[in-house]
Write a protein that binds this ligand. Structure first.
Ligand code: KIV
Length: 272
């Protein structure tokens, strides 16, 4: 598949993302959950593809990410991995798969890596899950952290509003970011926090910070379907629409329906 020209066509590694930060090169990450979309997004030159547990909302129509299971994440990750040639493929560990104990976390992490062949895992949280993070890293599995708005804790937060606006929460976030870096994480996602706090974390850490709704940072991540305009009901301030694919699909499907009903499709060139 023809794609955008990328400076370096080699497979992206966790080390390369750290090098990119050192070289002042921004990291572009998008989510994907299936083969077809992952193939297109990879060809378009993203540095990393995240199989987010947002698959729960985007693919399964759930209200939160909590229902996702390890089996479901493996199914999505396997489909994505088969499509990707260049991007670093990161898979979310779903809610409940790493919070019970470090042993259970590493067992689930190994299973996701073995069965999906993805490159790395992402976990939500800081100090509370640091033992799980360390156990997974000790098993040789690269880990990306995720702080700020962590959707798996939505029932505790009670709202999807911006996190860490108050000093105590902001200071905890900075401490957690250092803990994750010191443990050996290769990157951290910061979701929906003030831009000034994200800037501070970017400056203090040597590992890349990938933001979503967090202002300028070492990289950005968006949900693929959201930035392509497939989810027309979701318009948070931080989201930039790069296309309106919902409109494109509605027009195309509407035309198909018209052609089938009028007998225009199929025509003689579309028959055997
Ligand atoms: O699940 C997801 O899509 C995510 C990103 C929004 C960072 O965690």
């Amino acid at each position: 598949m023809a794609g955008y020209l990328v400076e370096d066509a080699r497979k992206v590694t966790t080390h390369r993302l750290i090098e990119m930060k050192q070289q002042g090169k921004k990291i572009a990450m998008l989510t994907a959950y299936d083969y077809t979309m992952a193939r297109i997004i990879d060809a378009a030159g993203v540095d990393s593809i995240l199989i987010g547990d947002s698959a729960s909302n985007v693919m399964a129509g759930n209200f939160t990410t909590l229902p996702m299971t390890v089996d479901q994440m493996i199914y999505h990750a396997k489909s994505v991995v088969k499509a990707v040639k260049r991007a670093l493929v990161v898979c979310d560990m779903p809610f409940g798969s790493y919070q019970v104990s470090a042993t259970e976390a590493v067992t689930n992490a190994i299973r996701i890596m073995k069965e999906s062949h993805c490159d790395a895992l992402k976990l939500e949280g800081g100090e509370e899950i640091i033992d799980a993070v360390k156990a997974i890293l000790n098993a040789g599995i690269p880990v990306c952290g995720h702080l700020g708005l962590t959707p798996q804790s939505i029932n505790k937060f009670g709202t999807y509003a911006v996190r860490a606006k108050e000093e105590a929460e902001a200071e905890k976030l900075v401490r957690d970011a250092h803990l994750l870096q010191d443990a050996g994480c290769f990157a951290i996602v910061l979701e929906k926090i003030p831009a000034s706090l994200c800037k501070r974390v970017c400056e203090e850490l040597y590992i890349p910070v990938i933001g979503i709704g967090a202002g300028a940072s070492d990289g950005q991540v968006l949900v693929g379907q959201d930035m392509l305009g497939l989810n027309d009901g979701f318009k948070p301030k931080f989201l930039r629409h790069y296309a309106n694919l919902a409109e494109v699909v509605i027009d195309a499907v509407g035309q198909y329906v018209t052609d089938v009903k009028s007998g225009d499709f199929p025509n003689e060139n579309e028959c055997y």
